[in-house]
Design a protein around this ligand. Structure first.
Ligand SMILES: NC(=O)c1ccc[n+]([C@@H]2O[C@H](COP(=O)([O-])OP(=O)(O)OC[C@H]3O[C@@H](n4cnc5c(N)ncnc54)[C@H](O)[C@@H]3O)[C@@H](O)[C@H]2O)c1
Length: 258
């Protein structure tokens, strides 16, 4: 893997949803770059495994159990990170829930509430807790989706939640520019993770199952991690209140065959 220079050495980083998929790949990359990583997830066991992986490779990490939909959990996650690391420099607010395909008229409203609670309320609460403590010059990346740019008729709640994440990023970016903190969103296309049924991020499977024929294999979460590290580093110093689409061309062309 290419390094991003010395930017993350000794930096204090939080990754939510760090126990699996995009969060796991990104937490590992931050660890490789010398960051001190708080691997936060609802699933403590998976977070502990990722933290142990990072430590086994000579890095610095600890696991934290958090439900991002709960204000007190977000506050505790940030407080524990600040206590252990002496501050906070980067947050990757990535935890999310995909939900299930539901009929627009018949779908269960409780499922709508759950998606909004985790993806949108979770992003809002995470931003609030992080912005109270993050150091000047720091960076936040939130995971939206190409479903934050386009409708998803079989999962309107998911599309609405991810459109909301982009709105949140733009709103916080403007408000906290004065603190010197950059805030951006990642918009992945389909990525091979537990959410899409490929928990091991298998490169071969992802190419066959997802609509990126020419870029077979580029749906792996590691491709997302590289873009997150870019947005969190000073190489993206000119970028805030914005988003990066990383979808291997999925949304690039109206004539792309389905
Ligand atoms: N996989 C895709 O195709 C895809 C595409 C676009 C966007 N995304 C987004 O990427 C992010 C990561 O998803 P992934 O694909 O890596 O899925 P994943 O299922 O592999 O990982 C999601 C992680 O979030 C954790 N999580 C769920 N609810 C939580 C909560 N309330 N509090 C704390 N942690 C919680 C899960 O335990 C899990 O470890 C999500 O925001 C998702 O919406 C995924």
């Amino acid at each position: 893997m290419a390094t991003t220079g010395q930017w993350f050495v000794g930096k204090s980083v939080i990754v939510t949803g760090g126990g699996s998929g995009i969060g796991r790949a990104t937490a590992r990359r931050f660890g490789e770059e010398g960051a001190r990583v708080c691997v936060a997830d609802l699933n403590l066991e998976s977070a502990q495994k990722v933290a142990a992986d990072i430590v086994a490779k000579g890095g610095d990490a600890f696991a934290c159990q958090v439900d991002v939909a709960e204000e007190a959990d977000n506050e505790r996650m940030v407080a524990e990170t600040v206590k252990r690391h002496g501050g906070l420099d980067v947050a990757f607010l990535n935890a999310g829930y995909g939900g299930w395909p539901v009929d627009l008229l018949e779908g269960d409203v409780a499922e709508f509430d759950r998606i909004i609670a985790i993806n949108l309320r979770g992003c809002y609460l995470g931003m609030r807790s992080v912005m109270r403590s993050i150091r000047s010059g720091g960076a936040v990346v939130a995971t939206a989706s190409i479903g934050g740019l386009m409708g998803v008729s079989f999962n309107a709640a998911y599309a609405a939640s991810k459109h909301g994440v982009i709105g949140m990023v733009k709103s916080f970016a403007e408000a906290f520019a004065v603190k010197g903190v950059r805030i951006n969103a990642l918009c992945p296309g389909a990525v091979a993770t537990a959410m899409t049924g490929y928990p091991d991020g298998d490169l071969g499977l992802s190419g066959d199952a997802l609509p990126m024929v020419e870029f077979k294999g580029r749906a792996a979460p590691e491709y997302m991690a590289e873009s997150v590290l870019f947005m969190a580093s000073n190489r993206a110093a000119g970028m805030t209140g914005s988003y990066m689409v990383v979808d291997a061309g999925q949304t690039s062309n109206l004539s792309r065959p389905k």
